[in-house]
Design a protein around this ligand. Structure first.
Ligand code: F0G
Length: 351
């Protein structure tokens, strides 16, 4: 069986590339759609997890980045720039290496997870920590790309959205049709925009018989779309979605309204509870922001808003290894034992 070729080759006829586009890929996409046993029990539905942490740099960003870097290379760019809460920069850094480009990243000072910082560093990108939040970083990145010869690879670049829509194609290809509901975390709102575009295209072409309702969840301290106004000082432990003024705000509202969906909020406590349930109950280790989708589904189910028997897909967007502090903190410290089987057995309650 030939290996998965990456989203551009797998979905070439549905993406804005030509024979002349140099394909820069790490074979992203083709991620697992895992049946979620406990979530299915709790909701009375068939719940699946689209495990995007299985992408090459550990998040869904790789789907968009293969497109953005390939097209930037085609256009002759030597350098790319992005603002990021950590995952976009990790992805841009890796794909820039593959393309032989320089990568500059702007991140909010002290507010990105260590694993993501490590990725940007080890791939050799130029990192600036900005004394501001993600929204400030994005403003800066836009200004720099307008004034200097550096291509912007944030999701305001429409080819990023094109690449990310392939996740919706994969869900339909694997399930045979669109689910009833698709749930995902919302930060800068590019991904909900991308999924909705993908589902609409498949439905328009008859590959799927329908589109799902799109359910997006923001963190309560960073929920501008829920509040109906930008949040000046966004806060949440889910640093990936700590965003107060999403670039794709209007597109996200469109996805919500056209699909008959919702954009709601979940508290950090609900996020962490879903994070632990995913790891300890489903065997899927995600970063906190990713758990916002599952937290949202559970919140809706507890409120009696999820009819039984539906097919539901939750995207879990990033790998838990990126931000392991939350796995360690609050967990009991492992005990130390001598090299002695009886002592080990006693500690493990085996005896
Ligand atoms: N989950 C994770 C793990 C993310 O990194 C992001 C966004 C989102 C969800 C939200 O997706 O922005 O398309 O609504 N991370 C961006 C970054 C902002 O810079 O890595 P969105």
């Amino acid at each position: 069986r030939p290996q998965w070729r990456g989203v551009i080759e797998e979905y070439r006829d549905r993406l804005p590339v030509t024979a002349a586009t140099p394909v820069v890929t790490l074979r992203e996409g083709g991620t697992p759609l895992v049946p979620a046993q406990i979530l299915s029990e709790r909701t009375g539905c068939d719940v699946y997890l689209k495990v995007e942490g299985a992408n090459p740099t550990g998040s869904f960003k790789d789907r968009g980045m293969t497109m953005a870097i390939s097209r930037a290379k085609e256009e002759g760019a030597r350098a790319v720039i992005c603002a990021s809460t950590g995952n976009t920069s990790a992805s841009a850094a890796a794909y820039a290496v593959r393309a032989g480009m320089v990568c500059a990243v702007l991140v909010p000072q002290g507010k990105i997870a260590l694993g993501k910082m490590g990725q940007a560093l080890v791939h050799g990108s130029r990192i600036l920590q900005v004394d501001g939040n993600f929204d400030d970083c994005l403003t800066l990145a836009r200004q720099l790309s307008e004034k200097y010869p550096v291509a912007l690879v944030n999701s305001v670049n429409p080819v990023r959205i094109e690449g990310q829509k392939t996740a919706a194609f994969e869900v339909v290809d694997m399930l045979g049709d669109a689910p009833d509901i698709h749930v995902l975390p919302v930060g800068n709102a590019g991904n909900i925009t991308a999924y909705w575009k993908g589902y609409q295209e498949y439905a328009a072409d008859g590959v799927a018989s329908r589109t799902p309702r799109m359910w997006g969840y923001q963190a309560s301290g960073s929920a501008p779309i829920v509040r109906g106004e930008p949040v000046k000082d966004p806060s949440t432990i889910a640093t990936a979605i700590r965003i107060g003024n999403p670039a794709s705000w209007a597109f996200a509202e469109r996805a919500r309204d056209e699909s008959g969906g919702r954009i709601d909020e979940v508290t950090d406590r609900q996020i962490l509870s879903a994070y632990r349930l995913l790891a300890a109950g489903e065997g899927v280790f995600v970063e906190p922001a990713s758990a916002a989708s599952v937290a949202g589904l559970l919140k809706a189910a507890e409120a009696g808003e999820v009819d039984a028997g539906q097919r539901i897909v939750c995207t879990v967007t990033g790998n838990g290894l990126k931000d392991p502090d939350w796995a360690v903190s609050g967990a009991p410290r492992p005990v130390t034992v001598p090299v002695d089987a009886d002592a080990a057995a006693a500690r493990l309650d085996l005896a």
